[in-house]
Design a protein around this ligand. Structure first.
Ligand code: 0PR
Length: 371
């Protein structure tokens, strides 16, 4: 730090220069995040100083957090969930496994968690932190958790099953209804990672079942800072039985509340309010339109690629599509799955025009290659 401060003008010109180095979302076709909704930005500005880590000081913000959790729970099939707004999918997954482990305390000395091969890397972190054995079930041909193999991985030391609704790499939904049956049969905790799909699948007709409507599902993670167009960080972890959060509570002697079940202490109120604001402003009709458009654009991309001889690696259930395409057109940002497929996500900033621009650039790339 310099001894003397910098002038505001000089400082902001430096910040503007650095901001210029950031990629704009326009040609980013592989991100699960997007440009925040204008209503999110307006709501965020109103609550910049709010700290949900001390909810007694910010009781209005805390009420909004409760409303957000309730409305997300209702969307996912349970009117009476417990939960809180996390910093995103990673924290939600850590906390869900922590709940499962704590509920199973005393049942086994060597707890294991059964997760799909397609699971997000946040489960590696969660298992490391919580000292849980991670048992990885291989995927089937369509990159879903292979249903037939699941029983081979479950035993008396299994304290949690995990299914993903809208996988990071292929946008598919694991056989969660089957996991729910095992959970019920064997009384094993079931966590559904719907970080991405949680705000997409409810708006897709005939989508696979994945939420609290399945009786075995105990917790669900769903992130407003992905398809919810909220400002980062805004995740949400919900439990069918609100008392499950008692298992992560600690005493907080010097706060305005006596106990805290969250992982983080100081937490941003502003981004949580931004998530609520978007959902209230759009309503389910507005969200339906956003998801319809993203799905339409994703299908347009799949069709356009197929017409150029580039197939999708798996038929997706949400607006994530990965292609058998080793090259990347110039100027575009796509990512690669662990198997090397080109991964795309048609978020709201990926409009029909952007899809067409991308397809045109893929065409040029192929023409150059075949010359
Ligand atoms: N679970 C699933 C299914 C996810 O896809 C992700 C993130 C997480 C959990 C973890 O969520 P947080 O990152 O909120 O903790 N998936 C994206 C990914 O890894 C995150 C992301 C978003 C990465 C935008 C890059 C990016 O530009 O691809």
């Amino acid at each position: 730090m310099n001894r003397k401060g910098r002038s505001e003008e000089e400082l902001f010109s430096f910040l503007a220069e650095m901001r210029g180095k950031d990629r704009k979302y326009h040609k980013v076709i592989s991100s699960m995040c997007t440009i925040p909704h204008p209503v999110a930005v307006r709501a965020y500005d109103m609550f910049v100083e709010s700290n949900l880590g001390d909810p007694g000081l910010f009781s209005g913000t805390a009420e909004i957090e409760a409303l957000l959790v309730k409305s997300m729970g209702e969307l996912l099939g349970c009117g009476n969930v417990g939960g809180y707004s996390t910093s995103g999918g990673t924290e939600s997954n850590i906390q869900a496994l922590r709940i499962a482990r704590n509920l199973a305390k005393g049942r086994t000395k060597f707890p294991n968690v059964v997760i799909p091969e397609s699971a997000h890397f946040s489960f590696d972190k969660a298992c490391d932190i919580l000292s849980l054995e991670m048992r990885v079930v291989p995927s089937d041909k369509n990159y879903r958790m292979d249903e037939e193999k699941i029983p081979d991985y479950v035993d008396k030391n299994t304290i949690c099953l995990v299914g993903v609704a809208g996988t990071t790499e292929y946008g598919v939904v694991d056989p969660i209804s089957y996991l729910s049956d095992i959970s019920e049969d064997k009384d094993i905790f079931l966590h559904v990672d719907a970080a991405f799909g949680g705000l997409v699948l409810p708006y897709i007709r005939n989508a696979p079942e994945f939420d609290f409507r399945l009786p075995g599902v105990d917790t669900i993670s769903a992130d407003p800072h992905k398809m919810g167009m909220a400002i980062i960080p805004a995740g949400c972890l919900m439990a069918r039985d609100p008392s499950m959060f008692k298992t992560t509570e600690v005493d907080t002697p010097y706060l305005t509340v006596n106990k805290e079940c969250t992982l983080c202490g100081t937490r941003p109120g502003a981004s949580v309010v931004s998530a609520y604001a978007v959902q209230e402003y759009l309503g389910s009709e507005g969200m339906q339109k956003v998801v319809d458009t993203c799905m339409k654009n994703s299908r347009r991309l799949i069709k356009g690629m197929a017409e150029m001889g580039i197939p999708v690696a798996a038929q997706p259930d949400v607006n994530v599509a990965s292609f058998v395409c080793p090259d990347t057109p110039e100027g575009w940002k796509v990512s690669r799955t662990r198997k090397g497929h080109m991964r795309t996500v048609c978020m709201p900033h990926v409009t029909e025009e952007v899809v067409d621009e991308f397809l045109a650039d893929v065409k040029t790339m192929l023409e150059k290659k075949n010359h």
